[in-house]
Design a protein around this ligand. Structure first.
Ligand code: ZN
Length: 313
């Protein structure tokens, strides 16, 4: 079965202003690498603007927050800062809705057996957005919304999000904090933005943080997965696995100080696919988070998506 790729030109219209690392060129760099013939068997669909998107966003974010983000985007004719890092522009609203929509439609496709797994090439990213706080370049919690949707729409019982972005997904953690049927596992550099993600932050036994130190590379990263994240994920036994796939732990990335290389992304994708096969019929929805060195981002996404294609074939 094919791997599904969901993306849309509107993601380029989410303007974050000059010099911002979370920039439209990230999409162009990924578009270019995924145009290679190695990826000809990808099933490609547009990240949709769904009529039910608001209903599913509001499973995670309060109505007032949804309205605040919409009004921020609609009532400006230039860039507006929600916080020093998080910028909204007239093009951001459609992009934000389609980023969420990509996750929802990816869940539909893998649960209904129309794709082996899926990668959502989206921006803005989502894992820093808390229930009522936009931060860290994130507006809506794309991955957590997809997880809640899988339960509400498809009656998934247990959904896991595994996050290998260099930053801790404080938003996902906050949203999942007290729900035993949702699992959040994260490797991330610490200390680093946003400051959360300590080992002792465990929710109701469903949060598994594995902080890494500046300078750590593939060996420590793999050890964190093998000793902590993967055993916990195995015990949890998800029936859907969502990946918060950030590629800013790459050694070339300007925002982090970890030293991962493309081979580490292949390794972690394979390990997560093994776990998804054991528990979840192979069902994986991977959603792009960070990754700010364009060359490293493009190469890492290529390795991640190719591995998803190989494990799904
Ligand atoms: Zn990040």
């Amino acid at each position: 079965m094919a791997t599904l790729l969901l993306t849309h030109p509107s993601f380029i219209k989410h303007d974050t202003g000059p010099g911002h690392p979370e920039r439209p060129d990230r999409m162009r760099a990924i578009d270019k690498v995924l145009a290679h013939e190695v990826f000809r068997d990808l099933k490609r669909e547009e990240a949709p603007l769904r009529e039910d998107v608001r209903e599913h966003i509001e499973r995670v974010h309060p109505v007032a927050y949804f309205q605040k983000i919409r009004e921020s985007a609609e009532h400006i004719d230039h860039l507006s800062h929600l916080d020093p890092d998080t910028v909204i522009s007239p093009g951001s609203w459609e992009a934000a809705l389609r980023a969420v929509g990509a996750g929802l439609s990816a869940v539909d496709a893998v649960v209904e057996g129309r794709a082996a797994n899926a990668f959502c090439q989206v921006r803005p990213p989502g894992h820093h957005a808390e229930t009522s706080v936009a931060m860290g370049f994130c507006l809506f919690s794309n991955a957590a919304i997809a997880a809640h949707y899988a339960r509400a729409k498809h009656r998934a019982e247990r959904v896991a999000i595994v996050d290998f972005d260099v930053h801790h997904g404080n938003g996902t953690q906050e949203i999942f904090w007290s729900d035993r049927d949702l699992f959040y596992g994260s490797t991330h550099q610490m200390p680093l933005f946003p400051g959360t993600g300590a080992l002792g932050e465990t929710g109701v036994g469903n949060i598994w943080n594995a902080p890494l130190r500046a300078g750590d590379g593939g060996e420590r990263f793999r050890e964190a997965f093998e000793s902590r994240i993967l055993p916990a994920l195995h015990n949890f036994g998800p029936d859907l696995l969502v990946i918060s796939a950030g590629f800013d732990a790459h050694q070339a990335d300007p925002l982090g100080n970890l030293r991962l290389v493309e081979a580490d992304y292949m390794w972690v994708t394979e390990r997560l696919a093994d776990m998804a096969k054991r528990h979840a019929g192979g069902r994986i929805v991977s959603m792009l988070e960070g990754g700010y060195d364009l060359t490293a981002l493009a190469k890492s996404v290529a390795v991640h998506v190719k591995t998803l294609m190989d494990v799904g074939a």
